[in-house]
Ligand binder design. Structure first.
Ligand code: AP5
Ligand code: MG
Length: 220
C-alpha cells in the first residue's frame, strides 16, 4: 500500500502512522522526524532546516523533494510506504508523482485527517516528545509518570515549534500552502478519504483501518 497521510499540524498523523506502519508492515516516513533527526545530529541539513522549523515555516521544496526521493528509493519501500508530512506544497506533490512514476509506482490513497483548529491548538500546546520518538499529550495521552517516557525513561521535552506563536504560524501555513492539495488530488482523480480525526486515538485508528481494508489494495 502506498499511502499519504494528510492533515494539519496536530491532527494525529504521527500517532496514527506509527500504529498503521506496524499493522500493515510498511515503513512510516515522516519528513518532520527526518529533519529533527538531522537537527539532533547537527548535520548541515538539520542546521539549515532549524530556522524554518522553529518559526513553523516550511523548509524549501528542493530540500524536501531530495529527502523524499532518497527515502522512497530504499529497499524497505518496495512493498509500500506511509508518507507523513509530505507533500505539503503543490511542487512537492508534482515531484512525488514524478518520483513514483519513474519507479513504476503510484499512490493508492490519500487519507485526510480532519480536526477543528481549536482542538489542534490544545493538542499541540500539550504535546510532549521523547528523544526515542514517543509522543504524549498531557491531557489526552499522558505518560504514566509526569514528564518521563513510558518506553525508555528519558525526560520528555516540548517541541520548539509547539510554542503558541509557532503553532499559529503552522496552522496558517497549512491553510495557505498545504490544504490546496486536497483540491489538487481531487482533480487528479486520486482516492482521497477523509477521516474524523477529532475522535479518540483508537477510534480514529479503527476508522482508518476499516477504510484501508475496504480498499483491498495488494502489495505495490
Ligand atoms: P512535522 O513534524 O510533520 O509537523 P506537523 O505536520 O506540523 O505535524 P505534527 O507532527 O505537529 O502533528 P501530527 O499530525 O503528527 O500529530 P501527532 O500525532 O503528533 O513537521 C515539522 C516541521 O518540519 C514543519 O513545520 C516544517 O518546518 C518541516 N517540514 C516537515 N515536512 C515538511 C515538508 N514536506 N515540506 C516543508 N517543510 C517540512 O499528535 C499531536 C498531539 O495530539 C500528540 O500529543 C498526540 O498524543 C495527540 N493526539 C493525537 N491524536 C489524538 C486524538 N485522536 N485525540 C487526542 N489527542 C490526540
Ligand atoms: Mg507528526
Amino acid at each position: 500500500m502506498n499511502i499519504v497521510l494528510f492533515g494539519p499540524p496536530g491532527s494525529g498523523k504521527g500517532t496514527q502512522a506509527k500504529m498503521l506502519a506496524e499493522k500493515y508492515r510498511i515503513p512510516h516516513i515522516s519528513t518532520g522526524d527526518i529533519l529533527r533527526d538531522n537537527l539532533k545530529r547537527k548535520t548541515k541539513l538539520g542546521l539549515e532546516a532549524k530556522s524554518y522549523m522553529d518559526k513553523g515555516e516550511l523548509v524549501p521544496d528542493d530540500v524536501l523533494i531530495g529527502i523524499t526521493k532518497d527515502r522512497l528509493s530504499q529497499s524497505d519501500c518496495a512493498s509500500g510506504f506511509l508518507l507523513d508530512g509530505y507533500p505539503r506544497t503543490l511542487p512537492q506533490a508534482d515531484a512525488l508523482s514524478k518520483i513514483l512514476n519513474a519507479m513504476g509506482k503510484k499512490l493508492d490513497v490519500v487519507l485526510n485527517i480532519d480536526v477543528p483548529d481549536d482542538e489542534l491548538i490544545k493538542r499541540l500546546a500539550g504535546r510532549r516528545m521523547c528523544v526515542c520518538g514517543a509522543s504524549y499529550q498531557i491531557v489526552f495521552n499522558p505518560p504514566k509518570q509526569e514528564r518521563i517516557c513510558d518506553l525508555c525513561g528519558n525526560t520528555l521535552y516540548h517541541r520548539d515549534d509547539d510554542k503558541e506563536e509557532a503553532i499559529m504560524n503552522r496552522l496558517d501555513v497549512y491553510k495557505h500552502q498545504t490544504q490546496p492539495l486536497i483540491n489538487y488530488y481531487t482533480k487528479e482523480g486520486m482516492m482521497l478519504l477523509t477521516v474524523n480525526g477529532a475522535a479518540g486515538i483508537s477510534e480514529v485508528f479503527d476508522e482508518i483501518c476499516r477504510l484501508l481494508d475496504n480498499l483491498k489494495i495488494g502489495d505495490s
